[in-house]
Design a protein around this ligand. Sequence first.
Ligand SMILES: *Cc1c(COP(=O)(O)O)cnc(C)c1O
Length: 486
Amino acid sequence: MDKRTVFEASVAGRQAIMPPPLDVPLAEMPEELKRSTPLALPELSELDVVRHFTRLSRKNFGVDSHFYPLGSCTMKYNPKIAEVAASHPGFTDLHPQLISCESYLKSCQGALRLIYEMEELLAEIGGLDAGCTQPMAGAHGELTGVLLIAAYHRDHGNKGRDTILVPDSAHGTNPASAAIAGFKVREVASTSCGIVDFEDFKKCLADDVAGVMLTCPNTHGLFEPHVAEMSALAHEAGALMYYDGANLNAIVGRARPGELGFDVMHYNLHKSFGTPHGMGGPGSGAIAVNALLAPYLPGPRVVKSGNNFVLEEPEKTIGPMTPFFGNFLVVVRAFAYLRALGGEGLKEVSKLAALNANYLLHRLKEEFPAAYEGLCMHECLLTAEKMEKESGISALDIAKALLDRGFHAPTVYFPLTVKEGLMIEPTETESRETLDAFCDAMMDIARLAKEDPDALHRAPETLPVGRLDEVKAARMLDCADLPESD
Ligand SMILES: *Cc1c(COP(=O)(O)O)cnc(C)c1O
């Protein structure tokens, strides 16, 4: 049935399931609930179904099949040990309403203990005092954090603090979260070196500022050298510091946001700790806070009472951010990941993440110059601006040509501050051989840009579909009808 759809391949009477014998009394379906015509579902054998889905999955690029250097999104290897933990029936079969009454709580003590210990680990890694696993994505963690900052100021009678400072290099979710929480956003400029402009920061810091959101390393892949000074000045001015932890894998085990002066942060458990990011799958934007903000945390919280774990509302809670405890199985994966690596393993993560990114930067810089000078952290930001001017080969052409060579494209055209940007995040888990193969492919593309640029404009030529109109492709998912762009 290779080329046919499952509907075309359907043969009446074929089936893929072997239902177990009935072990409950047979109930008659009430007449009014019965369909008048049979449901038009394809009828296929088990083998047909398995082959259909396996064939579809091979058309995809994924972390389990391809190098996936999608900067800022950290599509790294997700250890299978974390999948084993997250598929344990003791976790997957738990009914969320078990937390609804005290007698049920006894039957989910293991899950509560995991949340409790995970929140302790998050606080430890962040150099902060308490963790919370509720938020379901990075952006949701940001919203939670900014609401905590608002609650703090309200509680302290700090009137007129209605503004959050956000650097122009920030991920778009930062200003969006601040705005959704009811704040005005004031943008802080970057310097030509790709870091926050410290002088502009000082100018922006007035007594209407409630908080500052910073990403460090920032979205240019650079560590902010003034981060501790910025924290100190913000605190002096009565503002709180928010750390966007999406790039935590660059510093994990080596520097702790709490010690850099941050009051609240989020983790992208689905970027840094064992769950791949993207495609709208479940995520977790767990947060951690210091003692100033702990009383306002979302409730209920898991606390220890003797040998038991019970639930408690924080004194001045902002209320729940999610029903139950967020995407629990993503939290289980992250817990397994952290426990499997341990403190020493996490230090290795940040070391190798930065080493691999700098290796790529070094091997590629002749043809693809760095957007900013110096060493990078966990990802390198290159630019094809010169190549585009000289041979008409854009970052998009390079991305498409990489697909033909068996590599997922890096992030392109982000951050917006860089022209023809290529943001490459190799992650800590790739081998030297894979990195070399990727660099060879990039160099081959650079050669073609000079010798035969048209070959690159035609890419991809080896995939099930050619170059698509990107805007239409996102709206018309049936690729049979997709127009190719010219
Ligand atoms: C991914 C990312 C976010 C947002 O996280 P989501 O889980 O996608 O909502 C925020 N900031 C930075 C720097 C990121 O890379």
